[in-house]
Design a protein around this ligand. Sequence first.
Ligand SMILES: Cc1ncc(COP(=O)(O)O)c(C=O)c1O
Length: 376
Amino acid sequence: MVDLQGQYSKISNEIDEAVLSTIRSASFINGPSVVSFKKSLEDFLSVEHVIPCANGTDALQIALMALELKPGDEIIVPSFTYVATVEVISLLGLIPVMADVDEHTFNLTASNILPLITNNTKAVVPVHLYGQSADMEPILEIAKEHNLFVIEDNAQAVGATYRFSNGIEMKTGTMGHIGTTSFFPSKNLGCFGDGGALMTRDSFLASKIQMIANHGQIKKYHHEVTGVNSRLDTIQAAVLDIKLKYLGEYIASRNTMASFYDDAFSGMQELEVPLRASYSDHVFHQYTLKVKNGQRDNLKAYLGDLGIPTMVYYPIPLYMQNAFKKYVPLGFRLSITEELCQSVLSLPIHTEGNYDEMRYISDSVKGFFKNKLLNE
Ligand SMILES: Cc1ncc(COP(=O)(O)O)c(C=O)c1O
């Protein structure tokens, strides 16, 4: 699905030097690269505060802790997302209220959120799925109206830009009260292990986040609140500080691959290519097709036989998972989520795509439908 070796080989001199110099300095925890990367990411995102942490799941948990949400508070989340978003809500004794998503953008919308707001609703967590921003302006408006916190789960969309109706542009992850992200290796900005970060414009929240991520202490051995231990290793920060310089190029390469696929599949009735929303650019963490007429699994198997990896993000709605069934009434269904779980298929997309590879993949997808027609 990705070519991390190819990506590394192009910048190996820079990366090797940065990693070796961290090893030589033995400054493995909170070393200079952590400070430097934090500053670089703040500049890149035009946000006042970035607080690095150990992974994207911790970032979500720390965000909820920093907002002092109490057990029983309801948090509205999309039901079509990675487990982490709902998992941390459950872990903290909060109630995940699962909302359906838009059938074309795969994202949470204001109209999905609105009917779910109760007196107990305290926050909403839009996830910028597959690399494209949720439509944030209406979400921010209803959040303001109903006094809700907004936590943007930006694990899949680092570098994407949202355009407000007045023309103002902001990076995803910097529009809500807190944004979170992941630097898992296959993410658009990935390190060589686990990593994550929180973003906020609010200095008070930033110090609270920093304190919670560091055992709830501001001063060593003075613990103000119950915290966690969640740090970005210096080696990972050194890698990220270099890779951030290339993020623009990486996004452009992903878009080249996406446009190639779009052209190759244009006019095909059997597929729906990813919608590009007018309010957001797309950084294509995933290139996700909707495969019609129940053919998704057959297409996946066919491509697999030809050596083409594909993935289904996500095959089962979160409310059907044993861990989270308790949050919904018996027989609870969300029609779009269920349709997407049956129809989505992500093709390989990464920074090192070459035209032969793209042609082979797209010709194989088309070949599947041609063969099917011939056999009917
Ligand atoms: C939408 C979303 N949120 C959160 C996470 C969690 O990030 P991490 O794996 O770094 O904990 C991921 C990672 O896949 C994700 O895709």
